[in-house]
Design a protein around this ligand. Structure first.
Ligand code: TRP
Ligand code: SF4
Length: 401
């Protein structure tokens, strides 16, 4: 049993490139060994901006999952699934929409930014305004406490936290909460109950975050609690009502240092990418034709690596002695640019080799991918339906009497 649950999604925008690998995917791969991880294809999010291009979604989703697997996301350690295959996300999105102030959505910075940036699309839609709310539902439905995201997504996590707080405040205050919480404390057994009370007091009176953490850990490792009692104890700890939804924290993914072929950040919109599974011939060609220091017109002209995008790739891929060789050879015109590019070509191909091998297995037998995704969906659905049961009940929609 893990204490942390991590969820993250990616919009299916087509094949991934090495920038995605060095930024997001390596991070996911490290996380999967330490925490419970859920990674999903945000296909509904793709439709919020590209609702006029539904033909590509399925292929993009498949290619992206193969890229994840190729990069080393391991289905034995992480659940991989597709957002639209777990329709509870949509139900939670709907129910949350009832209590989400319109102003909160309009104020999310990406709303106006993206509308301006993607001005060729008509984004004055209901779905696009709800983009951050759908993302909140993706996170809250799994009661995830950590969400690895890039800098641009931080406001969405902040929005999600405020929403969870509002929800718990509004729906977590059942009648007789204090008494019920006290009764739940007793059920912990005398030793744990004493510890819990001690830490609760330390947190509430002295703001001791460490005590809060330890008390939470204690609750996570206690097996014989009902879901309701667990929610009460989490909420009681912090002085609120039942904690039905969990406030997540952003786990900022360090910005990728991966430069593109022109020295700018690698990005599809700059047309400067190397695909994660691009074939070797094409990789060689792309690197061989990369621009270099414009001062090196002839082989005999000395250059300056600081003015050359190839150097930036050496920073990512080369060891000290190779870099020393580049610095020396470039400034003295001792090496040519093609010589200089050769170790980079080899390093990129070497990095891609195991990815190509892993991908080949899945491309040979796509049913493997379908099974992995079906397994992931099943695990996700189970967690999602537990949360939805509590959310429906909290919002007066139980219908069992
Ligand atoms: N909005 C995210 C992005 O563009 C993708 C996303 C959708 C997501 N739902 C999520 C990320 C939930 C983390 C958690 O990158
Ligand atoms: Fe760039 Fe290398 Fe050529 Fe120097 S030798 S300009 S670093 S490619």
């Amino acid at each position: 049993m893990y204490a942390d649950r991590i969820v993250s999604g990616m919009r299916p925008t087509g094949s991934l490139h090495l920038g995605h690998y060095h930024g997001v995917l390596k991070n996911w791969i490290n996380l999967q060994h330490e925490h419970e991880c859920l990674f999903f294809v945000a296909d509904w999010h793709a439709l919020t901006t590209h609702y006029d291009a539904p033909q590509q979604i399925e292929q993009h989703a498949f290619d992206m999952v193969v890229d994840w697997l190729a990069a080393g996301v391991d289905p034995a350690h992480a659940s991989i699934f597709i957002q639209s295959q777990v329709p509870e996300h949509a139900e939670l999105h709907l129910l949350l929409s009832m209590m989400t102030p319109l102003g909160w959505l309009e104020r999310v910075p990406t709303y106006k930014d993206q509308q301006e940036k993607l001005s060729e699309r008509d984004l004055s839609t209901y779905g696009f305004l709800g983009y951050p709310l759908l993302m909140s539902a993706d996170i809250l439905i799994y009661r995830a406490n950590m969400v690895p995201v890039g800098e641009d997504q931080i406001p969405h996590i902040e929005f999600t936290r405020e929403l969870a707080r509002r929800f718990n405040h509004m729906y977590g205050r059942e009648p007789g909460f204090e008494e019920k919480a006290e009764a739940a404390v007793k059920k912990l057994g005398s030793k744990k109950a004493r510890l819990y009370e001690e830490m609760r007091t330390r947190y509430q009176e002295q703001g001791d975050e460490g005590a809060l953490e330890s008390a939470r850990a204690l609750l996570y490792e206690t097996q014989n609690l009902t879901v309701s009692d667990r929610e009460r104890l989490f909420g009681y700890l912090e002085g609120g009502g039942k904690m039905i939804l969990v406030e997540p924290e952003a786990l900022l993914t360090p910005a990728s240092r991966m430069p593109g072929l022109d020295g700018q950040k690698m990005s599809k919109s700059y047309n400067n990418t190397i695909g994660l599974r691009e074939d070797a011939e094409s990789v060689r060609k792309k690197i061989r034709t990369m621009p270099t220091d414009p001062a090196r017109i002839r082989r005999t002209d000395p250059g300056d690596p600081a003015k050359c995008p190839v150097w930036q790739l050496h920073v990512v891929y080369s060891d000290d002695s190779t870099r020393e060789w580049v610095q020396q050879g470039c400034k003295s015109a001792g090496i040519g640019c093609l010589d200089c590019k050769q170790p980079v070509i080899e390093a990129v191909l070497k990095e891609q080799e195991p990815m190509q091998e892993r991908a080949a297995v899945y491309l040979d037998d796509p049913a493997l991918v379908r099974n992995i995704v079906a397994d992931g969906c099943e695990k996700a659905s189970k967690l999602a339906s537990e949360t939805m049961r509590d959310v429906r009940e909290a919002m007066g929609l139980r219908y069992t009497r």
